[in-house]
Design a protein around this ligand. Structure first.
Ligand SMILES: [Mg+2]
Length: 158
């Protein structure tokens, strides 16, 4: 389960300085308002080499296939449809993505790559997901790097 903003787009990096290896796209999600997104064309091939079934788990939902996938070098991917749960804060502190991700997984082992998981999500996943799960946190100032790919490779090899 792959988030976009944070892991692929290091949105929290210094705004005046595009990180090395990244390219800039400007996405007009709303008329008159363009969103700047940094993307790394090496990320797609590196993710594909890991051997996971990849799935978007992002506020971009299916728009990730239009805007993000071609730039990072990924094919069209399935996505978690968060529906009315998008951005819906929970009183228990569990991330609004977590329940939908666990439900989508249907007990299959999964890794979730995101910049917003918290300990409450680990607790939720342990309680509701019978299979192995890796909640892999990525720093949104940095995005996916070599050590992240190594951690994901180690998990898929288990
Ligand atoms: Mg994010």
């Amino acid at each position: 389960f792959l988030d976009v903003d944070g892991p692929l787009n290091p949105y929290a990096a210094k705004p005046e300085r595009r990180p090395e290896g990244y390219t800039t796209i400007r996405v007009a999600l709303h008329p008159g308002r363009a969103l700047r997104v940094w993307l790394n064309p090496d990320h797609g091939p590196a993710l594909l080499r890991l051997g996971y079934e990849l799935c978007w788990a992002t506020t971009w939902m299916d728009a990730a296939n239009r805007w993000i996938a071609p730039v990072v070098g990924l094919p069209d991917l399935p996505y978690v449809d968060f529906g009315t749960g998008l951005f819906a804060e929970r009183p228990d502190g569990v991330h609004w993505k977590t329940e939908a991700i666990v439900s989508y997984a249907q007990g299959r082992p999964f890794a979730w790559v995101d910049d917003e998981q918290s300990p409450a999500d680990t607790v939720y996943v342990r309680a509701h997901h019978p299979g192995p799960a890796l909640l892999h946190h990525v720093n949104p100032r940095i995005g996916l790097r070599e050590d992240d790919f190594a951690a994901l490779a180690a998990f898929v090899a288990l």
